[in-house]
Design a protein around this ligand. Structure first.
Ligand code: C2E
Ligand code: MG
Ligand code: MG
Ligand code: MG
Length: 279
């Protein structure tokens, strides 16, 4: 019904679009500078057993921008995927995470895994296996201490390439987890076809697993599917004791969420480990 709109209204509409585009452009160049000026850092959220003892940590990137304040990764990761900065950003997070995990090892925590999120776009464009190998070597971290969280979207598109990269990482000894499981559009067949070790039940299912209306049924189905394929199950976004009770009864191996801990700055990890995983 564009014809019904007066001229003024149409101008108002295009102006607000321009403002959005200008904001985006500003955020874009701010992110470019952030990568050079140390505005990005990594926090670490524990993955624990039912008694709260840590198996490892997920590395989550943070951006405190001089210009925009604290910006959520939900906002700037998609931007980095579009503007080509995702490679540089992932390299930054991967290096920080691997060096951090090497410090845990040196402190006697030899089995803790660090998990890094990998965007689908990076997976398609770059030689991920070579990148990972070089960072592990530089940090002196054994591949068995690294886990990569990929999403279902990564397994669509160029399936042959995805398979080749994952097989190479798997052969190195790196663990592969499927993040946000159940929210993507890909077929379940990939679970059998790809060398996956771990399945992370999406927070949206965890949120409803202690409710009657089918929430429990779906979570139970996901966990039993994973176990029948010999995958380890991690529940993300666990906030309530009642959710933990259900997930534990279903046989989930690992739990992650505010009930146990929020993402922690690297400087707090030694104290956390002293308390939860004493040597
Ligand atoms: P994700 O990988 O599924 O990470 C889990 C998100 O849930 C994190 O948000 C975490 O802080 C949050 N979370 C953890 N426990 C709870 C809980 O109990 N309740 C609630 N409500 N939330 C919880 P965050 O750090 O804002 O990250 C959001 C998303 O941004 C991540 O989802 C991931 O997709 C992306 N992301 C974060 N860091 C990176 C990164 O370094 N690289 C890439 N490619 N993506 C990243
Ligand atoms: Mg993740
Ligand atoms: Mg997740
Ligand atoms: Mg999620």
């Amino acid at each position: 019904h564009a014809k019904k709109l007066g001229k003024g209204q149409f101008q108002f509409y295009t102006e607000s679009l321009n403002v959005a585009a200008r904001d985006r452009l500003a955020l874009d160049s701010a992110l470019r500078r952030a990568l050079e000026q140390d505005e990005l850092y990594v926090v670490y959220q524990p993955k624990v057993d039912a008694r709260g003892r840590p198996f490892g940590f997920e590395a989550l990137v943070r951006w405190d921008s001089a210009e925009f304040g604290s910006v959520s990764p939900v906002r700037f990761i998609p931007l980095a995927e579009e503007n080509g900065l995702i490679g540089q950003l992932t390299w930054f997070v991967l290096r920080a995470a691997c060096h951090e995990a090497a410090r845990w090892r040196a402190a006697g925590h030899e089995r803790l895994r660090v998990a890094v999120n990998i965007s689908p776009s990076l997976f398609r464009e770059k030689d991920l296996a070579a990148l990972v190998r070089s960072v592990l070597e530089e940090a002196g971290l054994p591949p068995g201490n690294l886990e990569l969280e990929i999403t279902e979207g990564m397994l669509m598109g160029d399936v042959q390439r995805a398979l080749a990269v994952l097989d190479e990482l798997k052969a190195m000894g790196v663990y592969i987890a499927v993040d946000d499981f159940g929210t993507g559009y890909s077929s379940l067949a990939y679970l059998k076809r790809f060398p996956i070790d771990i399945l992370k039940v999406d927070r949206s299912f965890v949120l409803e697993c202690d409710q009657g209306n089918g929430g429990l049924a779906i979570t139970r189905a996901i966990v039993s599917l994973a176990h029948s394929l010999n995958l380890r199950v991690v529940a993300e976004g666990v906030e309530k004791q009642t959710q933990l009770a259900v997930l534990n009864a279903l046989g989930c191996e690992e739990f992650q969420g505010y009930l146990f801990a929020r993402p922690l700055p690297a400087a707090q990890l030694a104290g956390y480990l002293d308390e939860k995983s004493p040597k």
